[in-house]
Design a protein around this ligand. Structure first.
Ligand code: HEC
Length: 176
């Protein structure tokens, strides 16, 4: 029964311990660099991978290739390649999830990658999907296979890229 699960954590999900983590992102940046952030330890709900995939294809895919998501952007690193060596060496997917989550919220200063393209639960869903999909053989199946076609609200990657181009941060591709 669920009481047993609740007693593992003296605080209810989303209570002080977790909130403190959320409102002190800088600390998290340093912590995530050193250790696998136990994202699951905050009692959050299971991330929604299908939602994460849909948002990834819309908001990240223009810049990042990720085979399972079917995206082929080249402005940013190929995310299968980015995590290949580390995963092969035994880095946990949970750690990858923490790295991706941190990158979404806090890209390096002056990065082409805009901070906070997705936030809150959305950022966690995207990070969870990327960590699930990166350098994983085969193809997504079931609901995940359909996810990319699903729409999400908010600016699309085209909007973001157009804005970056307008701000002369990103060069338009030759011939465009
Ligand atoms: C406008 C282009 C652009 C968009 C959109 C974008 N990124 Fe990036 N991303 C980059 C670039 C460029 C880098 C290389 C490092 C840097 O500049 O910060 C990067 C780096 C990363 C990294 C680190 C990879 C490594 O090798 O360490 C991850 C993870 C990542 N992005 C995930 C995402 C996710 C998830 C999204 C969507 C929420 C996203 N990116 C959207 C351009 C983009």
């Amino acid at each position: 029964m669920s009481l047993a699960r609740n007693t593992v954590w003296p605080q209810a999900p989303g209570s002080a311990g977790c909130a403190r983590f959320r409102i002190r992102p800088l600390l998290a940046v340093f912590a995530a660099a050193a250790v696998a952030l136990p994202l699951g330890a905050c009692g959050r709900d299971e991330p929604d991978l299908t939602k994460g995939k849909a948002m990834f294809t819309q908001k990240c895919g223009s810049c990042h290739a990720l085979a399972r998501a079917g995206t082929q952007g080249t402005t940013g690193p190929n995310l299968d390649a980015a995590f290949r060596a580390a995963l092969d060496k035994g880095l946990s997917r949970e750690t990858v999830e923490g790295i991706v989550h941190r990158q979404i919220l806090h890209p390096r200063r002056a990065s082409v990658m805009p901070a906070g393209l997705v936030t809150g639960a959305d950022a966690k869903d995207v990070a969870a999907y990327v960590s699930y999909a990166a350098h994983r053989a085969g193809q997504d199946s079931g609901a995940l296979a359909q996810a990319a076609a699903r729409g999400v609200s908010g600016p699309t990657e085209d909007d973001v890229v157009a804005a970056l181009r307008a701000a002369a941060i990103l060069r338009a591709p030759a011939g465009a």
